[in-house]
Design a protein. Sequence first.
Length: 158
Amino acid sequence: MEASDFDEVEFFRAIARSGVQALLIGRRALVLLGLPVLTADYDFWIHIDHIARFNEVAERFGLRPTRSAEDARRAGRYVLENDEHVDVVVARSATTVDGVIVAFDALWQTRRALQLATDVPLAVPDVAGLILTKRIAARPKDLEDIRLLEVLRGEEAR
C-alpha cells in the first residue's frame, strides 16, 4: 500500500463535477447529518453505468479498484483502496433482511443534497432511504444507526 493524495473535500468536489450519480451511504453520511457515530471509511452506491467515470475520479486520489468494471457489475460491489477505503455498491437494487427491495433509482429520486462546502454538493439518500440501506445488512452497528436515524426523522417531522 502506498500513501494516496487524498483530500476529502476535493474528492467530493471531483465526484460532483464528474456527473456520476453517486450517493454517499453508510456512517459517513450519518456523520454529515450530524449524528454521533465514528467511521474510518467511505461507502457509496453509484449508478451501475457510472463505474468507469467514478473510478477515473478515484484514480486522481490514488484509489485503485479491486475489480474490473465488468466484475463489479456481476458482483454488485467493489472496493477502491489505498490508505483510504471506499466501499462501492453498483447493484441496481438490493434486498433488506426482511425482503424489501431497495432500488438505486428510487434512492436517487428522493436524495438529499448536502453542501459540504460552498461549491461542493453531496448527494445522500433521504433519512428513510438511509434506514433502508442500513436494513440490507442489519448488523448490530446498523441497528444502532437505524435507531439514531429514527430519532433524526422524528426531529425533522416536527
